[in-house]
Ligand binder design. Structure first.
Ligand code: ZN
Length: 429
């Protein structure tokens, strides 16, 4: 039997399998994006799974009894690269990224739909039903994504900006808010008849991409995001206390508690809490406990056992298969939990972690640590309106991380933006 004699029903079944393989590749790819969003390189096994699924999809489309369909090969391969780059751009742009990635991230809600025209032309030009099925499936996913984002975006509500938020915004915009808003795609900013407010995010809306606004544009953390960070911090602190886990406020969050007298840094982009695994408290117990409470109370939990790291986000977990599509969003409101363990380094009892924080020194094991006596037994400090655990000697701890911590430094804020906001902060202080 030659290729031209293949029955139509077999062709249709092959097209359905190709479409299913595309959906599997897509879901595997969006799951992979959790790594760049949490500052990690993608894991090898997860990358291989995605690569194999994408390769199977392309192979099924281009191979037939007639041999290799070269036009379909060129189109499918190019389409995969472009659509996956568009999907990944918001996660890539969590760090400073190329202009193209930043541009695509800014339009991440609808950029996939730009391929609608090319996909239609390619589908009509190349009479390959499997290719047409893949293109139609991809476009249906992009359209659904766009419609869901647009619908949930309507649930935003207005927040007033305080005087300092406005002063920083106006300084960064050099007094001209409209072109600044347009140039940077700040859709949350509402300017009408001399008033400035913020169309704020909520539990059921896409988050403000505030880490971009804070770190690239040098703005203050959005008022809605500040409110949700507070909610998230108290949820996690209560959760850890209930479980009997030794924990303490870490990094910039501890700095806010000490230097800003219990407030967030104005340019805060996440909350940091550290946890000690010791005695009965194993990774499994901690991870299971947090995951269960997150699912019950509506917070998204990401576990990274090999990195000794857990991130907990304000947005609620979605049902399968949409669970990982959240990784297409440009921002998130998050608390990072870093695991410490007890160790002896140079004859001294230390608490050490796998990743570096500030200027925390290396320990003998190649991790990074602080003397145990600085942290344990933990004390408490006022933070965002409630008491939360902190290192026993919080100021010594901060000195280990940041040296002269009373001096303001904008660690993750772009240089020019930091200089501008620095002059506003100096006046308001
Ligand atoms: Zn927000």
């Amino acid at each position: 039997m030659t290729g031209t004699e293949i029955s139509p029903s077999i062709e249709v079944i092959a097209a359905l399998i190709a479409a299913t393989l595309y959906v599997a590749s897509y879901l595997s790819f969006v799951r992979l994006l959790k790594y760049p969003r949490n500052w990690f390189s993608p894991s090898l096994p997860a990358s291989l799974v995605t690569g194999v699924l994408a390769t199977f999809t392309v192979a099924l489309v281009v191979l037939s009894a007639d041999g290799l369909d070269l036009p379909a090969l060129a189109i499918t391969a190019a389409f995969f690269v472009v659509v996956f780059y568009i999907i990944a751009a918001p996660a890539i742009a969590f760090r400073p990224a190329s202009r193209l990635s930043e541009f695509l991230a800014k339009h991440g809600e609808h950029a996939g739909l730009w391929l609608l025209g090319p996909a239609l032309v390619a589908g009509l030009a190349v009479p390959n039903i499997k290719l047409q099925a893949v293109l139609a499936t991809a476009m249906a996913i992009e359209l659904t994504w766009f419609l869901r984002q647009r619908r949930s975006g309507r649930r935003r509500r207005l927040y007033p900006l305080n005087d300092h938020d406005r002063a920083v915004l106006e300084a960064q915009a050099k007094g001209d808010l409209v072109p600044f808003q347009r140039r940077n795609g700040i859709r949350e900013l509402v300017l009408s008849e001399g008033t400035v407010s913020w169309n704020g995010c909520g539990k059921r809306t896409p988050p403000c991409p505030f880490n971009l606004y804070v770190n690239r544009l040098g703005l203050n953390t959005a008022p809605c995001c500040r409110e949700h960070m507070k909610d998230l911090t108290h949820f996690i602190a209560a959760c850890l206390s209930d479980m009997g886990v030794v924990h303490w406020l870490e990094g910039g969050s501890l700095l806010g508690a000490v230097r800003e007298k219990g407030a967030l840094l104005d340019w805060e982009d996440d909350i940091d809490i550290s946890v000690l695994l010791d005695g009965d408290m194993t990774w499994e117990r901690l991870a299971t406990g947090i995951a269960k409470r997150g699912a019950r109370d509506g917070y998204f939990v990401n576990l990274f056992e090999k990195k000794s790291f857990i991130s907990i986000s304000f947005d609620p977990p979605q049902r399968w298969p949409f669970r990982w599509e959240r990784n297409r969003l440009r921002g998130e409101i998050r608390t990072d939990i870093t695991i410490y363990r007890q160790a002896i380094s140079c004859g001294e009892a230390v608490l050490e972690r796998r990743s570096q924080k500030g200027a925390m020194p290396l320990t003998e094991s190649g991790w990074y640590g602080v003397p145990r006596e600085i942290v344990l037994p933990t004390s408490t400090i006022r933070f965002l309106g409630d008491d939360i655990a902190c290192p026993k000697h919080a100021e010594t701890y901060l000195h280990t991380l940041y040296g002269d911590f009373e001096k303001i430094t904008y660690t993750y804020v772009d240089t020019e933006a930091a200089k501008i906001r620095g002059s506003v902060d100096a006046i308001s202080n």
